[in-house]
Design a protein around this ligand. Structure first.
Ligand code: WTA
Length: 651
């Protein structure tokens, strides 16, 4: 077999003076692996500590006793690190640029002084509602500055925030409120996006019907639209912020106190509450933000993610603000009012680093290059991508039309669980290859494992599953309320390693190529969706007897959702019912979970013990059923022909 070696893409010639020089990467990486205590002991000092740490790393990946602690005897407050410590030098510098959905509305520049006042007031409102250290607060807000205030206010008083993406349904919201036992939900009246408005408050109302009636609801009157109001439960938070005092002393927190919970989809069951703690997470978010984006004083940083995902946590809020940056918060969508919006905003605010998802790049590429070519993008220095592997065609377009060949592209591989970037190039230090996340970040020890034996595959030009051999400060610590599940999910299959759930290849140059999930998680437009979650939603419909959901290649979304549905006896397999099921899933989980293709399946391929053979369903959904592999263990091989005949994704 001949192996095609993809050549490296040189660092753009005009890009110089990067924080990490090409020769430094190898040296620093080497030190970070050889002596993590000294490396991270030094990096930890990038934060302000109320009580300095004397211990750096205390971690154990042994199944059954997994324990991860960093800087464990240190004390700090995350909001102080993101706000107070900048006030002496940056009070009048813009911390947040808020770009509203409506391009004609004026952007808001929130200075560090203003941010400080808002966060202190918000924190006082939380205290007035009885929120105490360690209590959980659900934040169900659109991309508005109040989301940042709410997050940092929780951090200030030591409450644990859990942001729920505003695109999730009332049911999804309710299950998260209940899982973490939240005392309070912060939401807004309505949320404009792409010129349309979602009534978040009515979603929250619907969710709260399924929760304890002690849960309070703080409402940000953002648009002023009329909503229902329940006296005694609902609180006008903006009004209250005017009434409470402007100072709220920060609560000293232990480095290992939880900072936030973020729910994410796994291969089985309900979404897991990923727990991140205060010290390690913040060190890691700040450090990766600085090095990976070559962040320097005065830069205008724009991450287009939603604050409801980990990318928004680490690279809109915590990383940039810990570094005293100016961070852009964009309320809208890339195609409203036209497909030039991103570039218009880059030009308008003189953005220096731009970080987005491959799915957005592909969508904009499809609209024609004229939308980007006409804008002045000379302020841009570094481009980034995240969320899914980027196809080389989109990479080249991004490089050429957005970066104009001047800007290094950082393809950052990481996960909700990892807190920050894990495998990524560094601008000016690591040459890129379109489609490869390149090399590990400092302190990260990636290993390619044989999926069956679990043995390490050494050398280059190899492929397997991706595991990480040692801890890094941004690592999740546990699953909220279920440490057993944490260990089983990440440490059981390959003992001694953190298992990522991704497949990967290490090429002849030692570069990593993520090949996608190897578990039952699909990546739709860079968002993680568990197939089991969509199946559970489908079978909850009265006409559905059984459902199996798999991913298939989708030209814009990366992966699409393909659902095989078996109806109950007597139900009519009509197109109307398909529409009904699509709407059903949207309301059960949210629009991102809507199946792209539904196929009626009179039967599903199962083993004699009744296990659905997803491998076969995946092949059929991929329109690649030539080699279905071993089907001899099937209970009824006849169902396969039927499924192939009526497949919904003909090439
Ligand atoms: C995928 C998002 C290839 C991967 C930060 C991972 C990527 C999952 C990349 C995590 C990338 C993320 N190249 N694949 N640069 N970035 N992924 O938790 O499958 O929403 O396991 O975190 O996205 O998704 P999550």
């Amino acid at each position: 077999m001949t192996v095609q070696i993809i050549p490296k893409h040189p660092i753009p010639s005009g890009f110089s003076d990067a924080l990490v020089k090409p020769a430094d990467y190898a040296l620093l990486y080497d030190e970070s692996i050889r002596d993590p205590d000294s490396f991270w002991g030094r990096e930890g000092k990038r934060l302000d500590w109320i009580h300095p740490y004397s211990k750096v790393k205390d971690t154990d990946f042994t199944m059954g006793q997994v324990s991860i602690k960093w800087f464990e005897d240190g004390m700090l407050n995350a909001s102080v690190n993101c706000i107070d410590r900048h006030l002496a030098t940056r009070a009048d510098q813009t911390a947040i640029i808020f770009e509203p959905d409506d391009p004609k509305a004026t952007a808001r520049h929130i200075t560090y002084a203003k941010l400080s006042e808002k966060v202190n007031r918000f924190a006082n409102v939380l205290l007035s509602q009885g929120v105490m250290r360690g209590d959980r607060v659900i934040i169900y807000l659109p991309m508005i500055p109040e989301a940042a205030y709410a997050i940092l206010a929780c951090a200030r008083i030591g409450a644990v925030h859990s942001v729920v993406f505003a695109g999730f349904s009332p049911d999804a919201l309710a299950s998260r409120i209940n899982d973490c036992g939240a005392k309070l939900v912060v939401t807004a009246d309505t949320a404009p996006r792409g010129g349309r408005r979602t009534n978040l408050k009515s979603n929250a109302d619907a969710a709260l019907l399924h929760c304890s009636d002690r849960v309070r609801c703080l409402v940000v009157k953002h648009t002023g639209d009329q909503t229902t109001w329940i006296d005694g439960r609902d609180v006008d938070v903006l009004k209250m912020m005017e009434e409470v005092g402007p100072d709220c002393p920060p609560r000293p927190m232990n480095a290992e106190d939880p900072l936030f919970i973020l729910y994410t989809s796994g291969s089985t069951g309900r979404p897991k509450g990923v727990v991140h703690t205060t010290g390690g997470y913040l060190v890691y978010a700040a450090m990766t933000h600085e090095y990976v984006f070559d962040y320097k004083d005065g830069d205008i940083f724009w991450c287009t993610a939603d604050v409801g995902w980990v990318t928004g946590h680490s690279y809109i809020i915590y990383g940039p603000l810990a570094n005293g940056a100016t961070t852009v918060m964009f309320e809208g969508v890339p195609t409203y009012p036209d497909p030039g919006r991103f570039w218009d905003v880059c030009d308008k605010h003189k953005v220096t680093q731009f970080y987005t998802a491959p799915t957005a790049i592909r969508a904009l590429m499809g609209q024609g290059s004229e939308w980007v070519d006409k804008h002045d993008l000379s302020s841009l220095r570094v481009l980034g991508t995240v969320g899914e592997p980027i196809n080389p065609e989109a990479w080249v377009w991004y490089d050429h039309h957005v970066g104009r060949g001047r800007c290094p592209i950082v393809d950052t591989w990481w996960q909700t669980e990892t807190g920050g970037h894990m495998i990524t190039s560094l601008p000016g230090a690591i040459e890129t290859k379109p489609g490869s996340a390149t090399l590990p970040f400092f302190g990260v020890k990636p290993k390619v494992l044989d999926p069956t034996s679990g043995q390490i595959i050494h050398g280059n030009g190899v492929e397997g599953v991706l595991a990480i051999a040692d801890s890094w400060p941004g690592q999740m610590r546990t699953v909220w309320g279920d440490h057993e599940r944490f260990m089983e999910t990440y440490f059981q299959q390959y003992p001694g390693y953190y298992f990522t759930g991704d497949g990967c290849r290490r090429d002849e140059d030692g570069y990593y190529w993520i090949t996608g999930r190897v578990d039952d998680v699909i990546n739709v437009s860079g968002h993680r969706m568990g197939t089991a979650e969509v199946e559970n939603a489908l079978v909850a419909h009265e006409k559905v007897a059984e459902a199996a959901v798999v991913g298939y290649p989708h030209s814009l979304k990366g992966q699409g959702i393909y659902a095989y549905v078996t109806l109950i006896n007597g139900a009519d397999p009509s197109d109307d019912l398909k529409r009904e099921l699509e709407t059903w899933v949207r309301t059960e989980i949210g629009p991102i979970a809507k199946p792209d293709l539904i196929q009626w399946a009179p039967g599903l391929p199962k083993t004699r013990s009744g296990k659905i053979m997803r491998r076969i369903l995946r092949k059929i959904a991929e329109d690649d059923f030539g080699a279905l592999g071993d089907t001899s263990t099937l209970a009824d091989p006849g169902v396969i022909d039927e499924l192939i005949q009526n497949r919904a994704n003909r090439g």
